[in-house]
Write a protein that binds this ligand. Structure first.
Ligand code: EPU
Length: 416
């Protein structure tokens, strides 16, 4: 099995280019099902999760052609299937994103129920309840969701929790419904706004994107279009923390700064210098990290996908910080591994109480989640000695060329 080996202690200095957003690419690919023709997407990250959604679509008869320049042509004219099978959904929960588009376009969908995952139970009840409001008949049998509707009809959906993929699924389904759909307490993540922009280019009638109330007026059909996927805010945030941890000086190219306000505020409060020089975002670390408290919240709050990474920074801060996770019930998987590297962290219910230490020490570690794995790489970059991170495939789900990007700015990192 592959491992990443890091010799810690080098300052990271130089330019890093941020790749296209994983969590934008996934719903955009699923949205292609809604149209009869083809879509072109540019700046598509080459990641395991993107390959998985490609397989889900190919299994439905959609043709995808990737070119070396990072563009992908998605041709839905041959859409002929209705099923997202267990084998694909079990490798990536976000495969559920084809549910709404399939019912809307084909009148039928058979999608494996995603199980729980390392970070929490992650049910999809709100996706299903929303589709029922739009007139779909839903049955759960043999581990699968069977959804049917001759044609969806507009309805008033209130989401108990502002679920990200749930909002995306329902917004996509509503584009082809008869009449108007209102989604209240919708999630407001930038990836949802981007999806709405692309759907509108495809002919959908949507307003309210980026707010908690979405209005979708259904149309009879959508057409294809083209779009350049925005840069990945979580990859950018992870490199910001890498610079902060190594007293580095990184220039992040294609950095979506306006989508990172909650993180940038916390990093500045911790004493990290961050500013934009017009072309790039500069992040400059130092050896006097201040402790800050962090609470994860739906966007525009602090992203749960950056909680593990900022915790590593707090492990080396002066004083005590309290990090509270409110989105997922089991997102502290990295804590026991960080402790093995010398971190002082106590868990009390959904809070981690982190007391800064002078130094972390390299160790053999592993994690069962993408962002937890990223946090262990960050810890390895800052630690004294050698760190070996196992189960590298988690990183490949969401970080494009992580080792080569890090080694280009001076990290001693390799994959064996
Ligand atoms: N929830 C329900 N019922 C539902 C849907 C969600 O109870 O029907 C709960 C979840 O269990 C969780 C909370 O609502 O406690 C929020 O979950 P959400 O549905 O918003 O998460 P998601 O859509 O499954 C997306 C991202 C995650 C990111 C979360 C939160 C994609 C493909 N995935 O997941 O990204 O952590 O939103 O921001 O967009 C990652 O990239 O590493 C990642 C896990």
């Amino acid at each position: 099995m592959k491992k990443i080996i890091i010799e810690g202690g080098t300052r990271l200095i130089g330019d890093v280019s941020i790749s296209g957003s994983k969590n934008s690419a996934l719903p955009l690919f699923a949205a292609s099902i809604l149209c009869q023709g083809f879509n072109f997407f540019y700046n598509v990250p080459n990641l395991r999760d993107v390959v998985t959604i490609q397989k889900v679509l190919e299994n439905l008869g959609v043709q995808l052609t990737r070119k070396g320049d990072g563009s992908v042509r998605v041709d839905s004219s041959g859409l002929s299937g209705d099923e997202a099978p267990y084998d694909l959904v079990k490798t990536m929960r976000a495969s559920i994103l084809v549910l709404g588009p399939l019912v809307a376009r084909r009148g039928k969908a058979v999608v494996s129920l995603p199980g729980g995952c390392a970070i929490g139970a992650r049910p999809v009840n709100l996706h299903l309840r929303g589709l029922e409001v739009l007139g779909a008949k839903i049955e759960l049998k043999h581990g699968y969701i069977f959804a049917k509707a001759d044609r969806l009809r507009g309805g008033h959906i209130y989401l108990d929790i502002p679920t990200v993929t749930g909002t995306e699924n329902l917004m996509m389904a509503a584009t082809l419904a008869r009449g108007v759909t209102i989604i209240e307490n919708a999630a407001q993540e930038p990836e949802i706004t981007e999806l709405a922009i692309v759907l509108k280019r495809m002919g959908a009638k949507i307003s309210g994107e980026g707010t908690s109330v979405l209005r979708v007026e259904g149309v009879d059909e959508l057409h294809g279009g083209e779009h350049t996927i925005m840069p990945d805010r979580i990859e950018a945030g992870t490199f910001m923390v890498a610079a902060a941890l190594t007293q580095g000086n990184l220039r992040l190219l294609n950095c979506p700064l306006s989508n990172l306000e909650a993180l940038v505020n916390k990093l500045r409060e911790a004493g990290i210098e961050i500013y934009s020089d017009g072309k790039a975002v500069k992040v400059i670390g130092n050896n006097r990290i201040r402790s800050v408290d962090v609470k994860t919240l739906p966007y525009p709050g602090f992203p749960t996908d950056m909680q593990a990474q900022i915790m590593v920074l707090m492990c080396l801060a002066r004083g005590l910080s309290v990090i509270t996770e409110t989105i997922f019930e089991n997102r502290f998987i990295h804590v026991s591994e960080l402790r093995r590297m010398g971190a002082d962290i106590k868990i009390e219910s959904n809070s981690a109480i982190v007391t800064g230490v002078k130094q972390l020490s390299g160790a053999q570690v592993m994690a069962t989640d993408l962002r937890a794995s990223a946090s262990l790489v960050l810890a390895g970059l800052a630690a004294e000695g050698v760190t070996e991170v196992a189960r590298v495939y988690h990183l490949d789900r969401g970080y494009e060329n992580l080792e080569s990007k890090l080694s280009q700015v001076g990290a001693k990192i390799r994959r064996v």
